[in-house]
Ligand binder design. Sequence first.
Ligand SMILES: Nc1ncnc2c1ncn2[C@@H]1O[C@H](COP(=O)(O)OP(=O)(O)O)[C@@H](O)[C@H]1O
Ligand SMILES: [Mg+2]
Length: 277
Amino acid sequence: MRNQLHGAQPSLSNGFTNITNFTKVAPVDQNAVLIKLKTLKTTKTSQVDLCFSITTGIPLRRVIRKSCVIEKMAERERSIINGPLADVGAIPKVLFFSDCRPELLTYKFITGRPLYQTYTNRHTPIQDVFKLFRATLLILGDIHSERIIHNDLSPGNLLIDKRNHVSIIDFGSATPYGCSEFLAIGKPHYASPEQIEHKPIDARSDIYQLGCVLFETIYKTQYLDANNRPYNSIDVFDNAPINCLLKLMLDSAQSKRITSSQECINIIDNLIYNQLV
Ligand SMILES: Nc1ncnc2c1ncn2[C@@H]1O[C@H](COP(=O)(O)OP(=O)(O)O)[C@@H](O)[C@H]1O
Ligand SMILES: [Mg+2]
């Protein structure tokens, strides 16, 4: 799967740190050598590594390398990011793609930590939560206006930097509107009812998933259990104004659910304007 180059390990320097504990991995991109620093995540279908990219005359830069076992999986991801989503900000750009086996994607590194390491596990003033979700909904609106469904929104796929800027990552399950060729089964705790029932998905499916993430960020407990059934009715939680929004995002009937990111933003703005949160 990976061609590791052995021998005495030289030490690399980016001018600040000497990096000695690394693995040189191939394939390289057209001009650069990738040095793997650590594996961030391994699943049955993919592995995500944090690497340094070394190109002559260019300072070392961090990149993310994703290797995908399932045929065409990385290619789908790349064709969506570099195609319809090419002009959408706050999503990582693909720097390099290789269709060897496994398929490899090299991404621009985004500084930031996943939401589950930041917002969902610590108390955050509600105004800050709304600012973050407002920004996330703006990006999601841009994605939907390109007729793409992200299909895998979860606290691991939102990265937050020190200045609370948010990026949406992981387009491995993303799919164009109306495409029935690829149906994601949905991740435990974040799947919409239509994903579980293998019914057609649309922008409302992303709204539902983001509703699960918003619920968790506010109440510090997951909305859905591992079988994707709500643990509790939203009504047992006490914040009535926020619950209006959550109920609209989390309606199990797709037809009754809020239809667009912009409508969610309008409700958030209304809650803030009327000082209800
Ligand atoms: N472009 C990126 N910049 C920084 N970190 C990233 C980037 N892409 C992925 N990661 C990190 O790797 C983890 C797994 O990547 P992801 O694309 O979500 O893979 P998976 O499909 O296995 O969930 C993320 O939760 C994040 O911490
Ligand atoms: Mg992910």
